[in-house]
Design a protein around this ligand. Sequence first.
Ligand SMILES: [Ca+2]
Ligand SMILES: [Ca+2]
Ligand SMILES: [Ca+2]
Length: 180
Amino acid sequence: MAAAPYPYFWVRKMRSFFVLFDRDLDGLVNKKDYVDWIAGRVSQLIPKEKAEAYIPLCSAAWDFYWADKAVNDNVNIIDMIQIHSRYLSDPNFHESAEEYFAAFFDSVDANSDGMISLPEYVAFLECYGVHPLSVTPSFEALDTNHDGMISKEEFVKAGTDYFQVTADTPAKLFWGPFRG
Ligand SMILES: [Ca+2]
Ligand SMILES: [Ca+2]
Ligand SMILES: [Ca+2]
């Protein structure tokens, strides 16, 4: 079966997201990579009550976005791209993604002041194994009004744009350096 002709740059974004989790480079991502490894880091890097909200969200995101295509709990890049292509075809996906990112925002906002600061974003991406020195370009890309903070609106827009905009936009840096 020929691969579906998904937009090229969008495919690169999906690859960049996939490789964030495939840390052993075997071409497969499983729930352990996507939830357990991150949960372990979240527990160390963000405040306890924030972590307690974040970890179930990761688990729900795995079930909602990845698990349908899991074979023996593993998802390969072809299946990952296919399942994430629902962002491009299913209008309901936009709404669910907005809800996820709004909830993620509340966990990343460690001091609950309604804004994400650079140190808060550093802690968030450190949970995904991104080096702190690599976070500033992402933070600047998301801070579209250049006030030195990431608002919930900026965060949700970039997070959803990452998955549903097919063009090359600054949202590609949402998860740290672009790897696709
Ligand atoms: Ca792997
Ligand atoms: Ca904050
Ligand atoms: Ca801002």
